[in-house]
Design a protein around this ligand. Structure first.
Ligand code: F6R
Length: 366
């Protein structure tokens, strides 16, 4: 049942190249348009959208943080990401031109469902992204994309996250296209590179096992770990920290790297693990300078870095390498080592990785 893997979490991490491929099947028309016909919105209605809210919980919320960067970059419309449990109790600004994107693996998270109902009553168009066919999120939204993760058994979400990020990336490309911000040629190029991430994920899994193991040994007996990055890396850090807490019960916190000196750097002393998303990006140099500050205070630096980067090799104690990708797609590749790291730390600490204590796969109570 586990297909030869010791646990479902590892099996599901290894399914991610397939999830990327399946999510992209049929999504680019021969004439170069992103095709999401289940959207339930006409191209005119989409063109009218002037604000996007992504509402979700937990890991699905983190997929929203990635999407915000892409939607704002490609469609140039404001996008807010909000925990469904907050959104539903506020009075968010909603007009008929507001698009609410509800993201939920299970499709039955109580707060996310309540937020969908509330948003529709207030007149928003609601689009669901879920992994479960016919789930309440699917039924109660105006349109739905199904992530092609297939059933996820491990409580900690991995392949579903990748399915969500790829689906949201398609949505961002579509918005960019209907807003005339992305040309057909750009969309074709982005689509091809997005597809390439399937092989890149495979490459990470095939080559980085020993590096992940070394990094996990450095975290195993820590009391706490910090995850840092900027831009996309800040969003990826949030997912890395959540995964580690959930499965290994090690306290972890994510921080935008530039915020370190405003408080959290006080935590750093000899041997404190800092996991850095330090892939090549527009803010790479800034992140490196934050890491130097951590290193000077004794931190053990575990960097997720771009293959061929010699500078980071000298600075970090442990490096997990990922292939070079465009910043927009860095979440897809850089999350994989963080999933592997969380699982490896959990195994070393003797935790039940598939069934962490106190957690349920679907949260149908508020
Ligand atoms: C983390 C995890 C949870 C879920 C959250 C939302 O690994 O699994 O944080 O992401 O409970 O669940 P869904 O996506 O089913 O709404």
């Amino acid at each position: 049942e586990k297909g030869g893997y010791p646990d479902f979490m590892l099996k599901e991490i290894h399914e991610q190249p397939r999830v990327v491929r399946d999510t992209l099947v049929g999504r680019l028309s021969p004439s170069g348009e992103i095709d999401i016909d289940e959207l339930g919105l006409s191209l005119e209605e989409l063109n009218d959208v002037d604000r996007v809210y992504v509402i979700a919980c937990g890991t699905s919320y983190h997929a929203g943080l990635i999407a915000k960067n892409l939607i704002e970059a490609w469609a140039r419309i404001p996008c807010e990401v909000e925990a469904a449990s907050e959104f539903r109790y506020r009075d968010p600004i909603i007009t008929p031109s507001t698009l609410v994107v509800a993201v939920s693996q299970s499709g039955e998270t109580a707060d996310t469902l309540a937020a969908i109902r509330d948003a529709r009553i207030k007149g928003a168009k609601v689009f669901g992204i879920t992994n479960v066919v016919g789930s309440p999120v699917a039924r109660e939204s105006d349109g739905v994309i199904y992530t092609k993760a297939n059933k996820e058994i491990a409580v900690a979400s991995t392949k579903s996250f990748i399915g969500q990020v790829v689906s949201l990336t398609l949505l961002a490309m579509l918005l960019g296209q209907v807003k005339y911000r992305l040309t057909t040629n750009q969309v074709r190029m982005l689509f091809r590179e997005l597809g390439d991430t399937a092989e890149q994920i495979q490459h990470i899994m095939d080559t980085q096992g020993p590096a992940v193991h070394e990094a996990a040994l450095a975290c195993k007996d820590a009391r706490s770990a910090l995850f840092v990055g900027r831009g996309m890396g800040a969003a990826i850090s949030c997912e890395g920290a959540l995964k580690l807490k959930e499965v290994s019960y090690l306290h972890a916190e994510a921080y935008a790297a530039g915020e370190m000196k405003h408080g959290p750097i006080a935590l750093i002393d000899q041997g404190f693990p800092v996991v850095a998303i330090a892939t090549k990006s527009p803010t790479y140099e800034k992140t490196v300078s934050n890491l130097k500050e951590c290193e000077a205070r004794g931190a053990v630096i575990i960097a997720i870095a771009t293959e061929g980067d010699e500078e980071i090799g000298k600075l970090a104690d442990h490096v997990i390498w990922v292939p070079k990708v465009r910043d927009a797609f860095s979440a897809i590749t850089a999350t994989v080592p963080l999933q592997l790291l969380a699982r490896e730390v959990a195994v070393l600490r003797g935790c039940d990785v598939d069934k962490p204590r106190n957690l349920a796969k679907s949260v149908t109570v508020e």
